[in-house]
Design a protein around this ligand. Sequence first.
Ligand code: 13P
Ligand code: SF4
Length: 318
Amino acid sequence: MLVQQSSQLKEEILKLKKEKDVVILAHNYQIPDVQDVADFTGDSLGLSRQASTVDQKTILFCGVNFMAETAAIISPDKKVLLPDLEAGCSLSDSITVEELRNWKKQHPDAIAVGYVNTTAEIKAELDYCCTSSNAVNVVKAIPEEKEILFLPDMFLGSYVAKMTGRKNMHIWAGECHVHAGIRPEDVTEKLNSLKDAEFVIHPECSCTTPIMYDVADGSYDGKKVSILSTEGMLNHVNQSKSKNFVVATETGILYKMRQQNPEKIFIPASEKAECQYMKMITLEKVYDALVNEKNIVTVPKEIADKARLAINRMLEVS
Ligand code: 13P
Ligand code: SF4
């Protein structure tokens, strides 16, 4: 889109959201134009919290389907709009409700902990929900003798098991295609190319597993390494004294990092780490959803009521 067209559209959106009393929430992976019109940007946990506290009766969620569903579950009396209903998530698709029910049958006494990247139906089967920023604390809050079923991300699961020292955690073998696609070779190449770079990494990355053993003692190949959620990454780079950073997650995060730290250098661990689902949300679709109040995300009451318990338990812990 031409710059002039996009700034006109942004102005229209900003005007309309005020007139219609709509709040726009955008995930950190959204395209820059969409982040620019948002009232709040953040990670899954931050946006869930915002969804539960905002005054507006309509939430326009710029993210993927499970995030909008989570907002609808937390705020059942609000209208939640998603600019493109096809914006899914490969990680949330990696477990079906039947598979989870069978898994639970095999471990009847286990506590089911599920990442927020799951469908509402899956959340309704969980004891606890968690996000990348609170998964360790959620697992720590569960009595040690209790078996845990952790789903669906295997890399986040092994990270949590390592950080908590838990031996009784069963981990589902799901993955996000974007993060799993960031290869250790990409990381090594980028770290070698940027002198004195700090390495920030999302726990969904497949390269987390070999790296985290070194991370436990604070360094990876002599580099400073931090495994964080997307908002955790932003907070970390904002307060760090380092100048150079290699960032292992979806590349959308770089927009705010660079905007908030113009004097620092950020390079992606892999330029290919783009989530096509997150990128389905465009300024035109945001405008369209706002004008026509369309693409309403709803969750049946019976499922929402059960799923809310797991989400609220998570919000209480973190
Ligand atoms: P965050 O909660 O860290 O923002 O992660 C969400 C997500 O979808 C990562 O791929
Ligand atoms: Fe899902 Fe991966 Fe996209 Fe995040 S980056 S929304 S986990 S597909």
